[in-house]
Design a protein around this ligand. Structure first.
Ligand code: MF3
Ligand code: CO
Length: 254
């Protein structure tokens, strides 16, 4: 069942989104060589507490952390660890879902440790951002769910990268995961009709090589089979009468 949010619910999700986005701005300076991903997770947890936000990741099944931190060939759901130390040139994806006053926001960003290792990696991450934006552009009343999926897929594949199939975006509201599933590939003009009040977390996941992934022995961390680099970026977006409203971006930033 796809729930339609009223104005108040969207305002509350916007508040959650803005608080979360503020933390992600501060996160940039925390990403340093020599730090462990567990240290980053602990920093993030402190920031959520300061903002009176509740993590939706911690306690999700067996998951024990507030963030997923996926490095290089890890695509999503990287489990923070004290033994996972960041190195210069690493591509780090941080994904956090948290609620404020009962309403969720879900967001992920890519960061480099100290520097971007090459022009090709820089354009790879650029394509991730563009794919997300192309998907968001489709979030207008009258469009279909498949229009979002198709736009994301086209942007990724036209640049020669792989679209990860095993995970998807999702509806979001009081729950982190609500209907519908928002695939990162699909046919334009098909599926659910989009109407104002729907809120989705769009999250393209792309690979520099094959799109095939597998889940590690830890039961969570998803990696590329061929060990190629992966990117992941996510925003929570509401459909309004006038088009998409991105809840997890601060005005004038990014
Ligand atoms: N925030 C993730 C998403 O984009 C899901 C987190 S999985 C968890 O859907 F294990 F961390 F909860
Ligand atoms: Co999500």
């Amino acid at each position: 069942m796809v729930t339609i949010k009223n104005k108040l619910a969207i305002e509350k999700m916007f508040t959650a989104g803005q608080y979360l986005a503020e933390i992600f701005v501060d996160l940039k300076s925390q990403i340093q060589a020599g730090k462990s991903t567990l240290q980053l997770d602990q920093w993030f947890e402190e920031q959520l507490v300061k903002k009176k936000m509740v993590s939706k990741c911690k306690g999700y099944g067996s998951y024990k952390h507030v963030s997923c931190i996926s490095v290089n060939d890890e695509v999503v759901h990287g489990v923070p660890r004290s033994t996972k130390i960041l190195k210069k040139g690493d591509l780090v994806k941080v994904d956090v879902c948290a609620s404020y006053d009962g309403y969720c926001a879900d967001m992920a960003r890519c960061y480099f440790v100290d520097f971007c290792p090459s022009d090709s990696v820089a354009s790879f991450v650029e394509v991730a951002k563009n794919a997300l934006d192309k998907g968001i552009d489709e979030m207008c009343p009258g469009k279909k769910l498949g229009d979002i999926s198709h736009a994301i897929q086209v942007e990724i594949e036209k640049n020669g990268y792989g679209v990860v199939r095993d995970f998807a975006g999702h509806g979001i509201g009081k729950q982190m995961h609500e209907d519908p599933e928002v695939l990162n590939y699909g046919k334009a003009g098909t599926g659910l009709g989009l109407i104002p009040g729907m809120v989705f977390a769009l999250e393209p996941m792309l690979t520099m090589g094959s799109y095939k992934v597998y889940v590690d022995n830890d039961g969570w961390t998803a990696r590329t089979m061929d060990r190629s680099l992966a990117a992941h970026i996510e925003d929570t977006v509401a459909i309004t009468t006038t088009g998409p409203k991105i809840l997890t971006r601060l005005e004038g930033l990014e």
